[in-house]
Design a protein around this ligand. Structure first.
Ligand code: ZN
Length: 71
C-alpha cells in the first residue's frame, strides 16, 4: 500500500483524498471545493502504485485543476 500523505487543499485548505474510477485511474481531489489533480491511469498493480504516488506528488506540489476556472 502507498503511504498517503496529502497536504491541505491549495485552494481552500480542505481535505484531499485519493479517488478511483472503476479500477483504471486515480487522482487526488478536495472533499470541499472539488479541486483535483490530473487523472493517472493504470492497468496493473505496479502501475496503480505508481499512479497513486504520482497523484499524491502532484497534489502535494499544488498542481491541481481548480474547480472554478476563470476565478
Ligand atoms: Zn479545496
Amino acid at each position: 500500500m502507498v503511504n498517503i500523505e496529502l497536504v491541505p487543499c491549495p485552494d481552500c485548505d480542505g481535505t484531499g483524498v485519493l479517488e478511483y474510477e472503476e479500477g483504471w485511474c486515480v487522482w487526488a481531489e478536495c472533499t470541499c471545493c472539488g479541486a483535483r489533480t490530473a487523472f493517472l491511469t493504470f492497468t496493473n498493480e505496479e502501475e496503480k502504485t505508481r499512479a497513486e504516488r504520482g497523484s499524491v506528488d502532484l497534489w502535494n506540489a499544488r498542481k491541481v485543476i481548480h474547480a472554478h476556472p476563470g476565478e
